[in-house]
Structures are given as C-alpha cells and as structure tokens.
Design a protein around this ligand. Structure first.
Ligand SMILES: *Cc1c(COP(=O)(O)O)cnc(C)c1O
Length: 373
C-alpha cells in the first residue's frame, strides 16, 4: 500500500479538499480514539490517576521528539504550542537579550521576542529570503548576538533554510541556535545539533490542537532561569521541570504521542520525500494559473506553496470563496505573518502526503474560476 493510501485510510473521509496542513492537519482515527479514550478514563478513575497510568505513552511522545531533533527524552517537555514554547524559553533566558533572525521571521515570534525584552537584528538573506550563510558567518563573528533564532521553514513561504550550515556557523562563534520547527518537524530533517527547538502538534505531525514541544540541550537548559517558581525558593526541580510544570490537556498530549508514533512508523524519510514531490507538482501546476505568481523555487523540498496575486485578487476573499463554493481549505497569509519580508498577502496551500496530482489540478481549476469571477 502506498504512503498516500495508508495516510488516507487512517483518517475520517475529508469533506472536501484539505490543502491546509501548515495550519492544521487531519488527525487519524487512532489519534482521535486515544484522545477520547483518555478523557473517558479520566471520568472512570479520576484525572490524576489516569495521567499516571498514561505516563509511558507521554514518555514515548518525548522519546519520539528527541529522536527527530537529535536530543534525548529528558531534554524535551510539552507545551501548549510553538508560541508558548518560545515564550517559556525566552522568559527564562539567562544573559544578554539580543537575538539575530531572518528578515522573514514569523510576526508572532517577533512579538514574543519584544515582550521578553529582546533586541532583534536581521541576518543577511538572498533574493528568495534564504539565509546567506557566508555573509551571516561574517556578521556573527563581527558582532555576536546572545542567540540566533532560525525559523527552519516559514509559515508564509515554503523555503527550506540551511539549518545545518547555520548551526555550524553559530557554533564556530559559540552562539546557541534556537530553531522554530513549527512547520519543519515532520517535514525537514531537524537533527542538526541545534541547542533548542520547538514545534506544534497540529501541523505536519497531524496531532491534536493545543499541544507543542520544547527541546533544550542540557548545557543550555542548565543556564536557564525560569521565572516561576522564583529561583530563591530553592525548589528541587530542574529548569526544564519548572518550565514544563502546570495544568494541561493530558488527552491531547496522548493524542500527539500517537500521532508522532504514526509518523515514525510511516517513515520520516518517505514522508519528507513525498512532501517535496508534492511541492514540486503543485508549483508546476500552479505556474499556469494567470493572476497568481508562485513564490518558491519549483524544486524547494517542501510541500508549502504560496501564491502572490498579480492581478489584484485578495487572498482572504479567495480563501473564503474556495471554502464556501468548492469545499477547498487553504490559508490566506496576511503581511503581519512576516512583517519585514512580505509585501502583499499570499494564498498558501500545504497539502499532506495523501494529496494527489488530480487534487492539485482540481485546486488550480477552482482557483482560476474563483479569481476570474
Ligand atoms: C504556526 C507557527 C507558529 C506558532 O505555533 P503555535 O502552535 O500556534 O503557537 C510559530 N512559528 C511558525 C513558523 C508557525 O508556522
């Protein structure tokens, strides 16, 4: 059975065409069942007893994240999403609050950096928005920031950033690298020796909403100063234990563990290859649609394709019409998503491995009709 077939068969039937995994993938029946079974178990034995019984499953989720990020399970904690994970990390940052990132950094991340008192500087990029590694290495050597924050794959543009090269350049200067893998985990290789990494459950790993993960290498974790509880209370917890403490939806975390297990069972390399192939096909098909320009280079190894209107179409209006009239789910990305890189809003498709070439052709035809009417 092909990966596409296996992925499709594992899920409820889609109501239309779902091209929106960069926002939220479709969960499998096994994930939905694990989540509801835990909620039922909470009602039977009590929420705190149920979560103790589920400890091995929750641990398996952390082991899986560790395997996919080059860390160990003890370096990984759960959060409620990527933004929450970044806030946990930056709110306990120990030293100078300076950070370098791409000009295309995710707007909500910039807000979290600012709210935590970070001064942000831009790293040099080429015309597509990809990091210029040589120029960046020179800039980092001349004026090192306290950390480099790299969004390995952006939400508004399907460019795969050179994570391993960034890690090498930063480590040569002793600068820690924090990677936003919200779009990258389950999509690109994230094992490049990064110092901290975070991601979301609901995107390419197809877990439930409201779950995220944060992984921090022990050398960096040992330096963190969590705000809560205050350090001088001398509570016998590690920094990561403090950051990971608090009320959460255990059922959703169990669902995530099942989802990431399914991803590992499907084969991360197979999934990555299929996503890259879909991106290629999508860009080929969509290059033919007048009134829109494909932003990514055709061979970019990602399944995120964005379209910039060239004839004045409004991506938000087109997205709404695609849902209402055709049952096709996409995302409209406003400029606020990457305020220092985007000039216009774009329409994004982010198909998962079950999408077919016919689906992409159907989308292209619908886009043509909806934007010319
Ligand atoms: C979705 C996304 C986030 C935020 O993730 P949440 O889980 O919603 O907090 C951060 N960075 C990128 C690149 C994203 O795509």
């Amino acid at each position: 059975m092909t990966l596409a077939q296996q992925w499709r068969d594992a899920r409820p039937k889609a109501a239309g065409l779902h091209l929106d995994s960069g926002a939220c993938s479709r969960q499998s029946v096994a994930v939905i069942d694990a989540t509801t079974t835990h909620a039922r178990h909470e009602a039977e034995v009590g929420g705190y007893v149920a979560v103790e019984a589920a400890a091995p499953v929750l641990e398996a989720g952390r082991i899986a994240v560790a395997a996919m990020t080059g860390l160990t399970a003890n370096d990984v904690i759960y959060a409620s999403g990527s933004g929450h994970a970044l806030d946990l990390l930056l709110s306990s940052w120990p030293e100078e609050h300076t950070v370098a990132c791409l000009p295309g950094e995710y707007g909500p991340n910039l807000a979290i950096m600012a709210a935590n008192g970070f001064q942000v500087r831009a790293l040099p990029v080429d015309g597509d928005g990809r990091l210029d590694v040589g120029a960046a290495a020179r800039q980092l050597a001349a004026d090192p920031p306290a950390l480099v924050h790299l969004t390995a794959l952006a939400s508004h543009r399907g460019l795969a950033q050179p994570v391993a090269d960034v890690v090498a350049a930063c480590h040569a200067e002793g600068i820690p690298v924090v990677v936003d893998a919200a779009q990258a985990l389950g999509h690109l290789d994230c094992t490049a020796g990064i110092d901290a990494v975070y991601s979301s459950s609901r995107k390419w790993l197809a877990g439930p909403r409201g779950v995220g993960v944060l992984g921090v290498r022990p050398e960096l974790a040992a330096r963190l100063q969590p705000r809560v509880p205050p350090a001088d209370w001398d509570i016998a917890m590690s920094a990561l234990e403090k950051l990971g403490h608090g009320e959460h939806n255990a059922a959703a975390r169990i669902g995530f563990s099942v989802a990431i297990g399914e991803h590992l069972a499907a084969g991360p390399e197979l999934v990555r290859a299929r996503l890259a192939e879909l991106g290629h096909t999508a860009r080929q098909v969509l290059a033919e649609v007048t009134g829109w320009k494909v932003v990514e280079p055709i061979d970019e190894p990602t399944a995120i394709t964005t379209l910039e209107p060239t004839d004045g179409a409004d991506p938000a209006v087109v997205r709404a019409r695609l849902i209402a009239e055709r049952g096709i789910v996409t995302t409209a990305c406003e400029v606020a998503r990457a305020p220092f890189e985007m000039i216009k809003p774009v329409l994004r498709i982010s198909p998962h491995v079950d999408t077919t070439a016919e689906d992409l052709q159907q989308f292209a035809a619908a886009l043509r009709e909806v934007s010319s009417a």
